[in-house]
Ligand binder design. Structure first.
Ligand code: ADP
Ligand code: MG
Length: 601
């Protein structure tokens, strides 16, 4: 092994306390160590920070990290400092004197990492300063901000490039993002001059996230049961509007749950108070609109519940993806009700988008709705949406994969639906088709003369809503195609013919099993150590997950380390963390064993 790479492994162990690199990390690190401009595309929680933090420690000089958000910078600097790494940030929250002081220290090469906002490159003094020292590399975190095709384009990100080119140095540029669309990747590559062989794309798959769709449940009851069973776990409940956020929040509070709330209608101060309560583990439940989350690196979010469907799969995966950054099992639950779709349609309709853009939004919404109905593996559905090349067929842990093996033959009913669609001229939507199959006597039906169709009333023994759901499933499974627009219409796809001819059977899952958790750690000890972690975090003024992640605490519970050697075996414990917190946790674990005994005894 090359010397630098072996040094990288040492640093992984001694500074960060991890035993092995995750998928893609080592490749990215090698490219940086070899001095190439490098791009890493990895999902949220994939471990992008480590991709530049490790080489930053291997190489001589200071690394400059460009980051779009003040909260992200602070979080990263806190984490590095907690591991004993000299790091700082410069941004507008600091006074002029503090900034001067930091620039002076940068000149003396005090820091291994300096986090800055892109605007900093407009400061002559800053440019002069970094020009006078040795730089290991310049990294663009959240690099999709550089691209107009990304979901969060920031012009200031792009204008830096000229300034960087004017720098005297030729240090490597490193870009990291979780946005993997081809356009964005291409844009980043060409702007930063990154050759294809130095692009590492690990895909979108997150195997610790368990996706679940709950259709037609009473939402408030579901949430009540769910959160009471998880009083120790942190989670976010996303609601589609401010009003619903307020309602869910008030409802939880009046039912005796402690929650925080966050949306753009609150004052800056209220929002930051709420955010801190959640980050510090003072409250475990955050009820919020999609305004909450960007810049939140809290690694121990155990569940994300969507109270209604979001606008599109992009938003859904980004929001759901805030669960389980620490790699521990986490749940992403969509509470789905068919009439929630109306709200999203209304929001698109009301928006100031151009006609063409609106059509695109309807199409994206449609894919989101199908997620609520599909019988396919949910993780696979999402990967397909993003054209992810991952070979995974089924994740085995989503609510569809967990449905009991029993499959129902619904070919006859499917044939009825398909021929009804055909007879209606393939010009109507789901609800009209359901009405015809139900045998509804509504005015509209008679206007079109549908009561004379041979398929009229064929499914009259089902509820109209269930017929609608069934039709949606046939769409999701590809037997019907949708012509999108404000009033989507359905028509037969090429999969329909074999079914109508009786050559192909249609199967649906029968019942849902409860998701089973298979986590063998002592939960009482976990609760105890969480308390200890919270106390230490409050003393040091950092969030608890920066002291130790949930993953580390759970390993403490499994391995019950009582010596320094044992403790350093646990992932997430490096030299510095051992010095700072090791004794406290050993004493805590010992006290717990004295009181309750260890599991083995
Ligand atoms: P991203 O920026 O890709 O969303 P982060 O860099 O914030 O992800 O990392 C997410 C979590 O994964 C952090 O808690 C980090 O400590 C952990 N992590 C990163 N790399 C490893 C590794 N090799 N082994 C164990 N945990 C890791
Ligand atoms: Mg990151």
């Amino acid at each position: 092994m090359n010397l630098l790479v072996s040094k990288a492994h040492d640093i992984l162990k001694t500074i960060f306390g991890f035993t092995s690199f995750r998928s893609g990390q080592e490749t990215v690190i090698r490219h940086i160590l070899d001095g190439h401009h490098t791009l890493a595309v990895m999902p949220t929680g994939g471990g992008k920070s480590l991709c530049y933090q490790v080489p930053g420690l291997v190489l001589d000089g200071t690394a400059i990290i460009i980051s779009p958000l003040i909260s992200l910078m602070k979080d990263q600097v806190d984490s590095l400092q907690a591991n004993g790494v000299p790091a700082t940030f410069i941004n507008s929250t600091l006074s002029q004197t503090e900034q001067k002081d930091i620039l002076e220290k940068i000149r003396h090469s005090t820091y291994k990492f300096v986090y800055v906002a892109p605007e900093r490159f407009e400061s002559f003094e800053f440019i002069q300063t970094i020009n006078s020292i040795q730089l290991s590399f310049i990294a663009f975190d959240e690099a999709h901000c550089i691209s107009q095709w990304g979901h969060d384009f920031r012009p200031s990100y792009r204008s830096i490039i000229e300034n960087i080119k004017r720098l005297g140095t030729a240090c490597p540029l490193v870009a990291l993002t979780a946005t993997a669309t081809d356009r964005v990747i291409y844009d980043i590559q060409s702007l930063l001059n990154i050759r294809p062989e130095y692009v590492t794309n690990t895909g979108f798959h997150r195997d610790n996230l368990h996706f679940r769709v709950e259709r037609g449940v009473k939402k408030s009851e579901f949430i009540k049961q769910y959160v009471s069973a998880r009083s120790q776990d942190s989670g976010i409940i996303y609601a589609p509007t401010r009003k619903l956020t307020d309602q869910v929040y008030s409802w939880l509070m009046s039912n005796g749950f402690r929650a925080a709330r966050y949306h753009a209608g609150m004052s800056e101060e209220e929002r930051s108070t709420a955010q801190n309560l959640f980050l510090q583990d003072d409250v475990t439940i955050m009820v919020a609109t999609n305004a909450f989350g960007m810049g939140i690196n809290k690694s121990n979010v155990r569940y994300i519940i969507h109270y209604g469907i979001p606008m599109n799969i992009e938003s859904y995966y980004q929001e759901a993806g805030r669960a389980g950054r620490d790699g521990e099992d986490s749940e992403c639950i969509l509470l789905f009700a068919a009439n929630d779709v109306q709200l999203q349609k209304f929001l698109i309709e009301q928006s100031s988008l151009e006609v063409l853009k609106k059509e695109q939004e309807y199409e994206k919404l449609h894919a989101m709705v199908q997620y609520g109905y599909t019988n396919q593996c949910l993780q696979r559905y999402i990967l397909d949406y993003f054209s992810d090349p991952n070979q995974l067929k089924r994740c085995g842990t989503c609510s569809n994969c967990l449905k009991s093996g029993e499959l129902e033959d619904v070919t006859k009913e499917a044939q009825m639906v398909l021929s009804c669609v055909k007879r209606m001229g393939e010009r109507f939507g789901v609800s009209m088709t359901a009405k015809v199959l139900k045998g509804s006597s509504s005015q509209k039906i008679r206007e079109f003369g549908f009561e004379k169709l041979s398929t009229y009333g064929l499914l009259s023994h089902y509820r109209e809503a269930d017929i609608g759901t069934f039709i949606q499933q046939l769409i999701a499974d590809g037997y019907l195609d949708v012509e999108n627009g404000k009033y989507p219409t359905i028509k037969l796809s090429n999969r329909a013919l074999p079914v109508l001819k009786g050559e192909e059977k249609v199967w649906h899952h029968a019942r849902v099993q409860e998701v089973k958790k298979n986590e063998n750690y002592n939960e009482d000890l976990f609760a105890y150590l969480r308390g200890l972690r919270k106390k230490l975090a409050d003393q040091s003024g950092i969030p608890p997950y920066i002291v130790f992640s949930d993953a580390t605490l759970k390993d403490f519970c499994r391995m019950m380390p009582l010596t320094k050697e044992q403790m350093l075996q646990v992932k997430g414990v490096g030299e510095r963390k051992w010095e700072e917190y090791g004794e406290y946790f050993i004493n805590g674990i010992q006290a717990f064993i004295d009181q309750y005994g260890s599991d083995e005894s």
